[in-house]
Design a protein around this ligand. Sequence first.
Ligand SMILES: Nc1nc2c(ncn2[C@@H]2O[C@H](COP(=O)(O)OP(=O)(O)O)[C@@H](O)[C@H]2O)c(=O)[nH]1
Ligand SMILES: [Mg+2]
Length: 378
Amino acid sequence: MMRSCRCAGPRAGRGEGARRGEVAERGEGAERGGRDEDISRSVAQSVIGVRAAACDNRCMSAEESHEPKGFLARLRARLNRGGASIARDLRGLLRGRKVDAAVLEELESRLLTADVGVEATQEILSDLNRRVARHELDDVEALLAALRARLVELLAPCERALAVNRTLHPYVVLVVGVNGSGKTTSIGKLAQRLRADGLTVMLAAGDTFRAAAIEQLAVWAERTGALFSSQRAGADPGAVIFDALQSARARHIDVLIADTAGRLHSQTHLMDELKKVKRVLQRVEPTAPHEVLLVLDANQGQNALAQAQQFHAALGVTGLVLTKLDGTARGGIVVAIARALQLPIRFVGVGERAEDFGLFDARTFAAALVDGAADAST
Ligand SMILES: Nc1nc2c(ncn2[C@@H]2O[C@H](COP(=O)(O)OP(=O)(O)O)[C@@H](O)[C@H]2O)c(=O)[nH]1
Ligand SMILES: [Mg+2]
């Protein structure tokens, strides 16, 4: 079985046999840096993108975590294409007017248009209705502030950054999602962040459905200085990822990120295959995968929620990436997903470049959803 294992970038070549273009020997040095040695090290979890030495998996806002201001500004500007925010023209329309049933109805239709979903919308509206009845929200500004606060409440439980356990070599991230959702691109962006945090990374080309998918991942490996483990198109994904895990372990790599296919002959077939990949990983390392990261395209609206439910039921998803928030008028789907699944949202994508990827921050997101790029300090 052929496998190429390439590396680019100075830190990636920590283990021997990691030079560019070299074919790795199977099982080489597999015991080196074994688990006993790993466990004896001091615990060092790193929250990705955060220069903290230790983490207790607590909620951490993007602001706190030194997320570049540029990313937050881009999120604000690009979410719902900026102009399509929930509050768009509402202030002008309702200035000086009392908040009444008609105003609440307009707000309801805007929440539904943004794909917040029927259930979450009803929940939000009944809360706002109660407060209007108590005369707590007399004008449109008070109403929008209450809406933002309610959204933050719904989104905050999902604000949990990925915490890589540095005592594991490797920490294994299995990336799943339907075709075109942005898996490979998100893997590249994540690899970039991990590398910037000084971690060694290997990418495993588990989407063997198309040769182009393998090439696409190889380009990201090259660009980010990650090791790359692949076989030919059509190879068994389980075998590819199994070999990659052995190889990453032998090289004492910090993080292995496994790409997978998003399209097979049927959805059942896809889930069965992914379950098999998970089992195969567990044969090498019973605690793996340490993160099952589901990538969802926000453009898919309610369909993304259905996908999340399906993947979660089949695989036990531990984290989400929401992509393409730049190109959708349906950013509200994040609220529907947050409410329905309460899964950690590890990252959001607002464009195709590596920088267009950042931590999920409930406050920024709620403000962007309600007010777009406009200033909306709550
Ligand atoms: N605008 C935008 N495009 C994205 C984002 N993430 C991924 N893409 C694009 O979506 C397309 C599909 O992405 P890909 O990673 O190949 O999806 P995969 O099939 O799940 O691996 C590519 O053209 C990516 O550049 C994002 O956050 N914003
Ligand atoms: Mg792909």
